[in-house]
Design a protein around this ligand. Structure first.
Ligand code: PDD
Length: 281
């Protein structure tokens, strides 16, 4: 939890930070968010995270701030909280009026909230985890990092009830992504992941892993895979800012490969760690 959070120009203790009950985030989930990892006091892939923040705001026509505003917010969050490793959350809603109305009644100032929470910096190869298949019940603009996360939460609850770390979402059998992650599969030495379109969030970790895969000269196809192919896959992993690269050894009752972390996954985890080390050097 943050010691100090930012809310609309003020630095406050978390329990002091309050927004109006008429805030459109509260009433309509009318807002977006962004999550940025901080390693040893330095933001990781900050340019890419800020670019996605700008894209999300533009997509729903909420007025934005220049890069310098967000950059100084990042620097101040780190400094004021003295946190070396953490996750910064930016939360921007369309703002508050004094009455409820689906459409804003006039010009409105966005609500900007930012906080930082601790993140453990790890250098190990994570143990393969279990995921569960779920129909992707979310809306059709998953490319926007919307604060409307009800679908994601219901799906995560289902995964938790089935002792899995994450759902694997599919539409008519075609795998889209996780509830807060992107999936990659390996078959016959080829790395597959769903293409970026309206059905998935363009994960920054996904993009970084694709870049590392190209540097390693792996064969990559940004093509979705089908749930009927799961039993034949050699390797499977997911990516996100908080989990980085997480091997998946089991989906429902299907064991992936031999259930252990596969060689390509391991190679990518090591390359990811090396890129983090380079970032910290
Ligand atoms: N979630 N897909 C969804 C639906 C997500 O919510 C996330 C991230 C990702 C991975 O994106 P990235 O690699 O940029 O973290 C994919 C963040 C971590 C969250 O909600 O906390």
């Amino acid at each position: 939890m943050s010691d100090l959070v930012y809310l609309n120009g003020e630095w406050l203790a978390p329990e002091q930070a309050k927004v109006s009950v008429f805030d459109r985030g509260f009433l309509f989930a009318d807002g977006i968010y962004e999550v940025m990892p901080i390693y040893q006091g330095r933001p990781f892939l900050a340019t890419q995270h800020l670019a996605r923040l700008h894209r999300s705001l533009a997509a729903i026509a909420i007025p934005d701030q220049p890069d310098e505003f967000w950059q100084s917010l990042v620097a101040e969050l780190i400094e004021r909280n003295g946190l070396q490793n953490g996750l910064i959350y930016f939360q921007v809603t369309r703002g508050a009026e004094t009455k409820r109305s689906h459409l804003p009644q006039g010009p409105i100032t966005p609500t900007i909230f930012a906080s930082i929470s601790p993140l453990e910096l790890h250098w190990d190869i994570p143990k393969p985890a279990k995921a569960v298949l779920c129909e992707d019940i979310r809306w059709l603009r998953c490319d926007i990092k919307s604060i409307s996360l009800l679908g994601n939460i219901v799906l995560k609850q289902y995964a938790q009830q089935h002792h899995a770390i994450e759902p694997m979402l599919h539409r008519d059998g075609v795998v889209t992504e996780g509830a807060s992650s992107n999936y990659f599969a390996v078959k016959d030495g080829v790395l597959y992941t769903a293409p970026t379109n309206h059905l998935i969030l363009p994960g920054i970790t996904r993009m970084w892993v694709l870049q590392l895969a190209h540097q390693l000269k792996l064969t990559v196809r940004e093509e979705p895979f089908h749930i009927s192919e799961l039993a034949q896959l050699d390797e499977l992993f997911l990516t996100s800012s908080s989990r980085e690269v997480q091997p998946i050894g089991q989906i429902d009752d299907i064991i992936i490969g031999n259930g252990r972390c596969g060689p390509l996954t391991q190679q990518l985890i090591e390359a990811f760690h090396a890129s983090k080390r380079a970032h910290l050097a």
